[in-house]
Design a protein around this ligand. Structure first.
Ligand SMILES: C[S@@+](CC[C@H](N)C(=O)[O-])C[C@H]1O[C@@H](n2cnc3c(N)ncnc32)[C@H](O)[C@@H]1O
Length: 281
């Protein structure tokens, strides 16, 4: 990040013209070609958006709430299983096409603010969305992110405390993430900023939630969920968002049998699964 107050985009490098030559080679094999300069323009728009969000009251509230929840001091007093100084990794799935979609751009700008506030280096943040264009991938790399090239379907096992940023993502991404970390030792290492689990529960029939998203359904009763406020202006962008975590104490309420032989979710009853799955080899 450029400074404590304002972000800036690094100037375009001299090699830009030689990159242009390379893209014409790519065009010959019919891959999408980023237009020269698009990524630079997108970076500037993201930084402008970030500087705009920085002045929003709801962002100050998010920051206080998050830093409070993750530290031993303050009114929220460390109510997650994760301490702020141990949180050094982040994964963002399902951001969407931020060069064409304003909501996704605001969400990306907010992710940068979050990383800065939580002191997570941008390069420790992995991002993936199957819809990213080549230009968007270039922009994300230029901003410092680690861009994932494989569709993990959310099945990422964590070894250390990790923030997951899943804004308005399909339920299967959450369910897969929970399955991959299905133990009372691993779940407390997850910190999720995403769709409210309680909101999901309210919108679905209990029977279908249990059948199709068993892991999500099981943790509903024991997760610690804190609603993250959203101003009227950004309702479409940040509505229904919560900070979700799992403490060892709350997980201990579940019977031991909960953790035995967790089966990989198959979603055979979900013809309209909201996520894009990896190609079967
Ligand atoms: C409902 S959209 C949300 C987009 C944006 N975050 C917003 O709020 O407008 C869900 C996003 O999840 C992405 N997605 C689908 N399958 C995914 C996967 N396997 N891994 C990561 N992202 C995925 C989609 O491409 C899409 O951009």
């Amino acid at each position: 990040m450029a400074s404590d107050n304002e972000w800036q985009v690094a100037g375009r490098r001299k090699g830009a013209s030689s990159r242009k030559k390379k893209t014409s080679t790519v065009a010959a094999v019919d891959l999408p070609v980023p237009e020269a300069g698009d990524s630079h323009r997108d970076q500037q728009r993201i930084i402008q958006t970030l500087n705009e969000l920085r002045g929003e009251d709801f962002w100050s509230e998010w920051k206080d709430l998050l830093t409070g929840r993750l530290s031993d001091t303050g009114s929220y007093r460390g109510q997650t299983g994760v301490q702020i100084e141990c949180l050094q990794d982040c994964v963002c799935y399902g951001l969407g096409s931020f060069s064409t979609c304003v909501s996704a751009r605001y969400q990306l700008a907010l992710l940068l603010l979050l990383l800065d506030a939580l002191k997570i280096p941008v390069e420790h943040c992995s991002v993936y969305d199957p819809v990213f264009s080549l230009t968007e991938l270039e922009t994300l790399r230029a901003l410092g992110f680690s861009v994932l090239t494989e569709n993990e379907e959310g099945k990422r096992a964590v070894r250390q405390p990790t923030l997951f940023y899943l804004m308005h993502c399909g339920k299967a991404l959450y369910n897969n993430l929970l399955w991959k970390n299905w133990s009372s030792q691993a779940l407390p290492k997850l910190l999720i900023i995403g769709n409210s689990f309680h909101g999901i529960q309210e919108r679905m029939l209990q029977r279908e939630l249990q059948r199709d998203y068993a892991y999500l359904s099981t943790v509903m009763s024991v997760c610690e969920e804190t609603a993250l406020p959203c101003s009227q202006r950004f309702l479409d962008v940040f509505n229904d968002t919560a900070l979700i975590c799992f403490t060892p104490q709350s997980l201990s309420q579940l019977p031991e049998s909960t953790w035995v032989d967790p089966e990989e979710p198959q979603y055979q009853h979900c013809p309209d699964l909201e996520i894009i799955r990896r190609e079967q080899r």
